[in-house]
Design a protein. Structure first.
Length: 655
């Protein structure tokens, strides 16, 4: 993984790109690539491309920007192509020349052979910009699932793009402003899939590319998820045991492909099913002990390291554990929030940041379990959907009550069973052809969380029906007629997964510490296998990831195979009061809150006082604490990106 940046001026008479412009962007994302840096400026000074490198493949020959053998094509590339060795052999047979052993040059030659259709042959995790200087044409591309980030801004006839927002602000002509309408939507847990909280800065959606030619920009979908129409003829006819074997073979192939590297690769191991499976397979195919990394929280309520240690001992890996205290969570919350570039309502991403910081002292890359819940329908809310749609009314109500009691006992899980007006659900279902379970969150947040907003933004939150804009760019032809679980998985992939999960709990926490993550559950071939298996086999009764459990039951301790879903978790607000009360003075003081003008200071202060009151019931406390964390998050982001935007050396020191 690396970092890329670029500026493309449609008219060089109004803007000429110089090397210092690109260098200023690269300095702000230097943490993504400590092993090398390169810049390309076109002869007419209309195009500037930059790259910072974290070297994993072809350590000597993979420098970027990379040129084709005939100097026609220039590329800056972040990511990995996992079938590049096979593609390289095929391209060589067709007469194309190679100077290096890197996957980047495979990408270049794929374009030379296939032209605009070259994206049809890509399989991996990537974002890149490819420039054909013969045709004066550029392609800015993001991978199928949005694993690698790519942001862009278009203003005054200039396109600026970068792996991170902070890099875009390295372009001195782009004003640093926040879009508080989007911030309001994120309070309601709405991510629209393309807009960010930073004014006029968008994130390129998964499977999309920008094509720049003749001073115009065209956004094109080159790939999209396509679940089968919901009838038995369209799903695999194999038995559960046969499909479990297919899952095992497919996932092992995905993991082995991601183990290809010229440097050592480790594994994040939580002790949950997903990461345990990955670690087990890695060890199976490794000649030496793999390095596994786990986090241990001082609070036993949140600590799962005992399970991770058990798995490590069982498979024979070299186990590393980093102990994280409540004070650590508080100390590193601002820098984690700064790097994720998104509002948050819980500090759980700090654990991932600190684990990455520790692991980067041993390896340059790790395999991680993100994507498993999306691909294998493992989230608790998939159970809710199944119960709401598959059972007769009386039995459904009984089961919902049972599951609600079970899941709400564990405050680390969010099983969405809302008491919203059924008429609201039916109205949305009639319009879309399905009911999106995510919208339960929106209705509930409108009821319980908008009081913290200033009057104008509270009115914006309460009076707008955001469903029209939110669903307007979803391809309903890929939703209607599908299984209810696939319908909601599609929406989650398109909206929330790549915008929030991949930024806060995913790659940015790792890359802030110069550590690459690879996601075998989001292998495109493995995904195609899983989507063509009936959801009733993945979610068997109320047992999530049924096929995965069956597939690897002989490779892990029994209690790990039968464990229910767990993820990294951390306590919410108490440690802030104990260790960093000055945060509330600096970020949530009256002058700080009123300077921005987005929040209602009196209401924020009232909720903050209530959160200090231990007599609050647990559910109310959680709602209030999440509201305060959200306010704190917004204030930190505003302070970091608008008021006191740091330079590259300061960011380097933050990590």
């Amino acid at each position: 993984m690396c970092g890329i940046a670029g500026i493309i001026a449609f008219d060089q008479r109004n803007y000429q790109v110089i090397e210092e412009d690109i260098e200023s962007m690269l300095k702000l994302i230097a943490h993504r690539g400590p092993d090398g840096r390169g810049v390309y400026i076109s002869s007419d000074k209309r195009i500037g491309l930059g790259h910072v490198r974290l070297s994993l493949v072809d350590l000597e020959g993979g420098q970027q920007p990379m040129y084709s053998f005939n100097r026609r094509v220039i590329v800056v590339y972040n990511g990995e192509l996992y079938d590049y060795v096979i593609l390289r052999e095929e391209l060589q047979k067709s007469g194309l020349k190679f100077k290096t052993k890197s996957d980047t040059e495979v990408l270049v030659n794929l374009y030379l052979k296939y032209g605009d259709d070259f994206t049809d042959y890509l399989d991996g995790e990537f974002s890149f910009c490819l420039y054909d200087n013969y045709k004066n044409k550029l392609f800015v591309v993001r991978d199928h699932f949005g694993i690698k980030p790519l942001y862009y801004n278009v203003s005054d006839g200039v396109l600026t793009f970068c792996s991170e927002v902070k890099g875009i602000y390295g372009n001195r002509f782009i004003p640093r402003k926040m879009n508080f309408n989007v911030v309001t939507e994120q309070l309601l847990r709405i991510d629209n899939g393309s807009e960010t909280i930073f004014d006029s800065i968008n994130i390129l959606p998964p499977g999309h590319m920008l094509i720049i030619k003749d001073n115009t920009i065209i956004e094109k979908t080159y790939w999209d998820i396509d679940y089968p129409v919901d009838n038995n003829r369209n799903f695999s006819e194999k038995s559960i045991e046969e499909n479990a074997l297919m899952i095992r073979q497919g996932l092992e192939n995905a993991i082995r492909r991601r183990m290809q590297s010229d440097v050592e690769i480790g594994c994040f191991l939580s002790g949950g099913l997903d990461s345990s499976v990955i670690a087990s397979v890695m060890q199976k195919y490794s000649a030496n002990k793999i390095k596994t990394f786990s986090i241990s929280f001082e609070n036993p309520k949140y600590d799962e390291s005992i399970f991770a240690s058990e798995v490590a001992n069982f498979i024979g890996s070299e186990f590393h554990k980093v102990v994280v205290t409540s004070k650590d969570i508080i100390d590193y919350f601002p820098v984690t929030n700064f790097h994720c570039e998104h509002t948050v309502q819980q500090p759980d991403g700090v654990g991932k940041y600190l684990l990455s910081k520790y692991a980067s002292g041993f390896v340059k890359s790790v395999l991680v379990g993100e994507g498993a819940d999306e691909v294998l329908l493992g989230y608790p809310w998939f159970k809710t959907l199944k119960l709401l749609n598959y059972h007769d009314k009386k039995r459904r109500e009984q089961l919902l009550n049972i599951v609600k009691q079970r899941e709400t006992a564990d405050k680390g899980l969010d099983l969405t069973i809302s008491d919203i007006d059924i008429a609201e659900r039916d109205k949305l279902k009639q319009r879309l052809g399905y009911y999106p379970i995510s919208w339960d969150n929106v209705y509930e947040m409108k009821k319980f969380s908008t009081d913290i907003l200033s009057d104008d933004y509270k009115e914006y939150a309460l009076k707008n029906d955001f469903s029209y804009s939110y669903f307007s760019d979803l391809d309903l032809n890929r939703i209607q007629g599908r299984n209810i679980l696939h319908q909601n998985a599609y929406e989650f992939f398109k909206k929330t997964f790549h915008v929030y999960l991949m930024q806060y709990l995913g790659g940015k926490s790792e890359m802030a510490n110069s550590l690459e993550s690879r996601l075998p559950f989001l292998d495109k071939t493995f995904f195609d296998l899983c989507k063509n298996i009936s959801p009733t086999q993945h979610l068997f009764g109320l047992t999530e990831k049924n096929l995965l459990r069956r597939a690897f039951k002989d490779r892990l301790p029994k209690n790990i195979v039968t464990r229910t879903k767990h993820g990294y978790s951390a306590s919410i607000l108490e440690p802030f009061f104990k260790y960093k009360p000055d945060y509330f003075t600096y970020y949530l003081g009256e002058s700080a809150v009123k300077r921005i003008g987005f929040f209602n200071y009196e209401k924020v202060n009232e909720i903050l006082k209530l959160c200090r009151n231990s007599s609050l019931d647990e559910q109310t406390r959680i709602l209030f604490e999440r509201s305060i964390i959200f306010v704190l998050s917004v204030q930190i982001l505003y302070d970091s990106y608008v008021t006191n935007f740091p330079d590259g050396e300061f960011i380097k020191g933050m990590a």
